[in-house]
Ligand binder design. Sequence first.
Ligand SMILES: NC(=O)c1ccc[n+]([C@@H]2O[C@H](COP(=O)([O-])OP(=O)(O)OC[C@H]3O[C@@H](n4cnc5c(N)ncnc54)[C@H](O)[C@@H]3O)[C@@H](O)[C@H]2O)c1
Length: 260
Amino acid sequence: MNRVSELFSITGKVAIVTGAASGIGRAIALALSGAGASVVVADKEVSGANKVAGEIESAGGRAIATETDVTGKKEVEQMVQKTIEGFGKIDILVNNAGIIARNSVMDIQEEELDRTFDVNLKGVVLCSQAAARHMIERKSGKIVNVGSSLSSRASVCNLSGGGADYCASKAAVQALTRSLAMELGPYGINVNAVAPGPTNTPMHEGLWEMAAAYYQGSIPLGRLAEPEDIADVVAFLVTDAARYITGQTIHVNGGQIMVD
Ligand SMILES: NC(=O)c1ccc[n+]([C@@H]2O[C@H](COP(=O)([O-])OP(=O)(O)OC[C@H]3O[C@@H](n4cnc5c(N)ncnc54)[C@H](O)[C@@H]3O)[C@@H](O)[C@H]2O)c1
């Protein structure tokens, strides 16, 4: 193998992907497996996780499915334990699990607020803590968080003009990415975020046609994202070719919003 192909290879690495039963997480799990990693497919929906693990195995890869709600510290620790028992180590953590919220600020109920921040922010902290303990010992690791390009920077996340809690939680993920990168950099751990633009996944069930029509004209590359558009960038960020990138949010949005 020449130097460049070696840098881009993740053969033999072990990755955990949360929220991997559907949409972007599923595409990330398949991409990392396709690039040579063994993958722990973690999701609160275990039947979906089993299905994705099955897809990976049918294609000749190695996968373990785990029923994990990222909001539970104990479950997250069990996910990490299961990974180490099954595959011996953790090289990569992708914090992808997330839920959308669509209410306007004045209508957000306390339960919704708690749930949005529990899944989208607390889940990232819990999974990062649990995996990083192990990565710190090995003085190496890659963490990629999934933020949101439009929601973290625009004032609303959807066509109806609501979703303040979702927007705030995704902006927080991107801020947390910088803090984690500061703390974990000295241990050889890179922490970055990808911020997808509107992406065709079950999250937009029933709304996709409308979203596509609404956003199309604002995207210089002329189309909305497919899950693989996001997954392929994650697959780059976890390679050694990306070794000098940390604390960054990479906007994978077809150019929909461009700022320095
Ligand atoms: N689709 C988009 O347009 C878009 C845009 C920007 C960011 N994102 C982000 O991308 C990520 C993936 O979204 P998606 O569009 O693929 O959505 P999706 O609904 O298709 O998939 C989300 C997955 O996360 C899982 N999940 C939800 N709560 C969980 C929990 N508590 N513990 C474990 N798993 C949980 C779900 O079961 C599901 O399998 C999310 O963080 C989302 O906020 C999506």
